[in-house]
Write a protein that binds this ligand. Structure first.
Ligand code: UP5
Ligand code: MG
Length: 197
């Protein structure tokens, strides 16, 4: 299925960098489908609450570690195929995935290759500030100091190598995110316009 007419953008960045926020803005201006791997996992966990898979997802998210990739890739593939069948969607923002090199390679083999990797670059201090503030109302089981610390560790040790892998392929566009949401978005809008024209 890799040699097809889809455009895939991986939207990556640390916990709280602004991936979901920026994807929501992109889909207002461009014909992309936004698929957040974390949102899909949280939905699946709620749906399959009492099941073994539901328990695995809940535990991994609270511990800030990565859910076994066959679960996440299955959810992404199902959502992409459904969007394609129902709406003919061909452009996808994959938010918060891949988080490890093996996930990147598996997704490329079974689903497809990204045209661009959008890296939202933010300091840990600012990401922590955003997540703790969001944690006041988000209800997310991982928006607490202990889980946030573990998420940062996973990001540095396991997810940053994915960025470096795609830097070597020269498809990473980095955007500094220590700025207001709309300023960040202006840069992203230019990058996406350049990609799809
Ligand atoms: N905010 C955003 N931009 C701002 C700006 N420029 N200035 C000021 N404030 C800004 O934003 C976070 C908060 O910051 C919001 O309150 C926002 O208003 C504000 P958001 O857009 O939500 O940031 P995002 O990067 O999406 O943060 P999120 O917490 O979703 O990132 P994570 O990567 O931690 O979470 P995700 O949901 O992707 O994953 C959660 C867990 O799921 C992982 O830890 C892992 O256990 C599991 N997972 C997998 O196992 N595999 C996967 O493939 C994906 C997830
Ligand atoms: Mg998010």
């Amino acid at each position: 299925t890799s040699a097809d007419d889809r455009t895939i953008i991986f939207v990556l960045g640390g916990p709280g960098a602004g991936k979901g926020t920026q994807c929501a803005k992109i889909v207002k201006d461009f014909d992309f489908v936004h698929l957040s791997a974390g949102d899909l996992l949280r939905e699946e966990q709620a749906r399959a609450d009492k099941s073994e898979v539901g328990q695995i997802i809940a535990d991994c998210i609270r511990q800030g570690v990565i859910v076994p990739m066959h679960i996440t890739i299955g959810l992404l593939e199902t959502s992409m195929n459904r969007a394609r069948q129902e709406n003919g969607s061909r452009r996808f923002l994959i938010d918060g995935f891949p988080r490890a090199i093996d996930q990147a390679l598996e997704f490329e083999q079974t689903v497809g290759k990204p045209s661009m990797v959008l890296f939202l670059d933010c300091s840990e201090e600012e990401m922590e500030r955003r997540l703790l503030e969001r944690g006041l109302t988000s209800g997310r089981t991982d928006d607490n100091p202990d889980s946030i610390r573990k998420r940062f560790r996973t990001f540095v040790e396991t997810s940053m190598p994915v960025i470096h892998h795609y830097e070597a392929e020269k498809i990473v566009s980095s955007v500094g995110c220590l700025r207001p949401i709309n300023d960040v978005y202006q840069d992203i809008r230019t990058l996406i316009t350049d990609l799809i024209i």
